[in-house]
Design a protein. Structure first.
Length: 265
C-alpha cells in the first residue's frame, strides 16, 4: 500500500472515530456500526467505488471487535451497499439500498406512514410498566420485561372527530425515542427507527371486530356497544426482538380496511 493510500486510510478511520457515538442500550452493537457506516456512505464520505478501511482499522477506530465489524459489513452487503472480494477489500457499491433489501411490501408499510402522516396521535398518558400475566402473554415476552406504556387519541389533522383510541408498549431500552413527544405526527415505529438506527424487520398485524366498552367509546365520541375494529401490531427488530406492541380501536363508521388481491402473472 502506497504512503498516499495509507495516509488517506488513516484520515478516514480518524473521521469515523471522531463521529462515532454508540448507544449500547438501544440496539445490537453491530447494528449500530452498520447504521454508522451506512450514514457515512449516504453522506458521500465513502464514495461509490471506493474501498472501506480494513476490518481491523474499523474495529480499532470504533473500539469494537473485528467480529462486530464483520457482522455490520455483512448486513450492509445484504442491503446492496457493499461488496467484498478477497485480496481487494470491501467496496462501496451504492448510496441507496437495493430494492430487495427489505422484507416489507412497500405498499403495506407506506400505508402505515400515510395514516400516521394524515392524523395526530395525542399522547395523554405514559408510564413504565412491567409485563406480567395477560400483558406478558399479549406481548409474547417473558414476565418482568419493562415497557413504556403510552395511550391517547388519534385525530385527523384538522382535529375533528376522533379517528381511533391508541395504546402502545415500547421496549424500555428504546423508550427514549419518544420521551419528548406529546403529539406524534409520524408512526411511533418511525421514531424508534430514527433513534436506534435499526430498521423494523417485521410487522405482525391482527385485525378483529369488537364491541367497544363504555370507557373507550367515550374517549372516541361513540357509545358503549358500538362496533369497532381492533388492530394489533407487533414490531420486531433484528433477531425478532419485540420493540413495540400497539393496538388501535377504530369505530366502525370511521374506518374501512381494504385488501386488493391480484392474480399472479
Amino acid at each position: 500500500m502506497s504512503n498516499a493510500i495509507s495516509e488517506e486510510m488513516t484520515g478516514s478511520t480518524q473521521e469515523i472515530k471522531n463521529s462515532w457515538k454508540p448507544e449500547i442500550a438501544t440496539a445490537p452493537l453491530y447494528m449500530q456500526v452498520a447504521h454508522h457506516l451506512d450514514a457515512r456512505i449516504t453522506n458521500g464520505d465513502f464514495a461509490v467505488g471506493s474501498l472501506l478501511p480494513t476490518e481491523n482499522e474499523l474495529a480499532e477506530a470504533l473500539g469494537v471487535s473485528r467480529q462486530t465489524v464483520r457482522q455490520a459489513i455483512g448486513l450492509l452487503r445484504n442491503k446492496g451497499r457493499l461488496s467484498a472480494r478477497k485480496g481487494v477489500g470491501t467496496r462501496v457499491e451504492s448510496t441507496e439500498p437495493t430494492s430487495g433489501s427489505t422484507r416489507f411490501i412497500a405498499h403495506s408499510r407506506s400505508e402505515l406512514f400515510e395514516i400516521a402522516a394524515e392524523t395526530e396521535f395525542v399522547i395523554g398518558f405514559r408510564e413504565m410498566v412491567s409485563a406480567q400475566g395477560k400483558l406478558a402473554v399479549d406481548l409474547g415476552c417473558r414476565p418482568g420485561r419493562k415497557f413504556l406504556h403510552i395511550t391517547g387519541v388519534r385525530y385527523p389533522a384538522n382535529r375533528g372527530k376522533a379517528f381511533s383510541w391508541n395504546e402502545v408498549y415500547i421496549d424500555s431500552r428504546v423508550a427514549a425515542a419518544v420521551k419528548d413527544v406529546t403529539v406524534a405526527r409520524r408512526a411511533i415505529f418511525h421514531y424508534i427507527e430514527e433513534f436506534t438506527g435499526e430498521k423494523i424487520h417485521e410487522i405482525q398485524q391482527d385485525v378483529r371486530p369488537i364491541a367497544m366498552d363504555a370507557d373507550i367509546a367515550e374517549k372516541v365520541g361513540g357509545k358503549g356497544g358500538d362496533l369497532a375494529l381492533i388492530v394489533n401490531r407487533r414490531y420486531y427488530g433484528s433477531g425478532r426482538r419485540l420493540l413495540e406492541y400497539a393496538f388501535q380501536i377504530l369505530p366502525a363508521d370511521r374506518f374501512t380496511y381494504t385488501t386488493t388481491l391480484r392474480a399472479e402473472t
